[in-house]
Each structure stands twice: as C-alpha cells, then as structure tokens.
Ligand binder design. Structure first.
Ligand SMILES: NC(=O)c1ccc[n+]([C@@H]2O[C@H](COP(=O)([O-])OP(=O)(O)OC[C@H]3O[C@@H](n4cnc5c(N)ncnc54)[C@H](OP(=O)(O)O)[C@@H]3O)[C@@H](O)[C@H]2O)c1
Length: 177
C-alpha cells in the first residue's frame, strides 16, 4: 500500500501563512495547470487529513472531495459538523494503527495531508512517496511542512520537473521503516 504526500510549499518550506492563509498559493500563475493533482487523486482511495486542514477546507465554497473517502484525524473533535458527517470519518488512531487498518481494508493508496499530520506519518516511517511542489515565494514565517524528527529520514529522488510558471515539482520515494 502506498502512503503518499502531495503538497505545495513556499521555497522556504511553509504550507500556509501562520493564520492558515493560502492566498500565495491560490494566486496561481497558470490556472489551467493542475501540476498532476487530478491524476494523483484518481489513484487515491482514501485521504487522511489533520483537523486543521479539514477546518480550512470547510471554508472553501464547496467540498472538493466529493466521491472520495476522507478521514479526519483529531483528538479534540468529538464529532464532525453535521454537514460533513456523510462526507468524512472522524478518527484518532495512531498513524501506524490507521495505516494497518486501511491496509487490512484493502486500500492501495492513502493520501496524507496537513503539516503536523504529514510530520507524524513521516516520523513513524509510514510515508512511501512524497511529491513536493515548490512555489517561488518566500513567506518568512508560517505553518511548516517539515518539523522535528526522532531520526533522519532519507529519501530517494525520482524526478524533478520545472514548470513555466516557476513551480518546481520533485517526487521522492522513501524506504518504509
Ligand atoms: N500548501 C498545501 O498544499 C497545503 C496542504 C494541506 C494543508 N495546508 C494548510 O496547512 C495548514 C494545516 O496544517 P497543520 O500542520 O497546522 O495541521 P494539520 O496536520 O492539518 O492538523 C493537525 C491536527 O490534526 C490532528 N491529528 C494529527 N494526527 C493525529 C492523530 N494521529 N490522531 C489524532 N489527531 C491527529 C490534531 O488535531 P486536534 O488538535 O484536533 O487533536 C492536530 O492538531 C492549514 O492552513 C492548511 O490549509 C496546505
């Protein structure tokens, strides 16, 4: 089973401003280019996101994951807001337990999203591949993609593609721990 990250970050490594703002990302220079997102999503059978990312998505004009299984991880939330209960499942498993649970269910590709959530799955040695799109902007501060780790995490570079927009996308694989 693949456990994948597909994310955009500023050149200095932030995935959102400190207040969660994504304006720097939404002002895309080439709105017709999706940087492989639709193709990636087509192969995902479950999206696992952190509670903070979920709350950001709930501010979007529409739920972008219609037809896709979504799991929201939170220890704080007791239940999802009513309108999202049909759209997503709330869980609080340890990353390794969740991955094992999804593997037993027959999932083939899990998409892990949200900074702290990605960090926890990386630290647990569960991420198998990471696609990082670097946006040529320095934000100076914000919500970081990466954070402290108990040990080094080595990645194997697979490919890098530079887009005319200046976005640079690199794909890495990781040896599962
Ligand atoms: N640039 C991009 O492509 C991109 C992509 C995704 C997200 N974002 C942005 O990144 C920001 C969110 O990232 P973030 O690092 O702040 O947070 P996050 O990873 O989205 O959410 C963190 C929260 O997830 C919950 N969580 C994580 N692992 C858990 C586990 N194993 N069990 C139970 N709960 C768990 C906890 O919620 P509780 O506190 O409720 O316990 C934790 O506080 C948002 O602004 C979002 O818009 C950007």
């Amino acid at each position: 089973m693949k456990v994948s990250v597909f994310i955009a970050a500023s050149l200095d490594g932030f995935i959102a401003r400190s207040d969660g703002g994504l304006d720097w990302l939404e002002a895309a220079p080439d709105p017709d280019e999706d940087y492989g997102y639709a193709e990636f999503m087509a192969r995902v059978d479950v999206l696992v996101m952190g509670r903070v990312t979920f709350e950001k998505v709930t501010t979007f004009p529409e739920w972008p994951y219609a037809g896709k299984r979504v799991i929201v991880l939170s220890r704080l939330l007791r239940e999802l807001p009513a309108v999202y209960q049909e759209r997503a499942e709330l869980r609080r498993d340890l990353p390794a337990d969740l991955v094992e649970h999804l593997r037993r269910e027959g999932c083939t590709r899990v998409y892990v999203d949200g900074g702290l959530t990605i960090q926890a799955f990386l630290d647990a040695g569960l991420i198998t591949d990471l696609t990082l799109t670097r946006i040529p902007v320095l934000l100076g501060s914000g919500i970081p993609l990466f954070g402290p780790l108990d040990r080094d995490v080595r990645l194997q570079h697979q490919a890098t593609r530079a887009y005319a927009s200046g976005y640079v996308q690199s794909t890495y694989t990781l040896a599962p721990v």
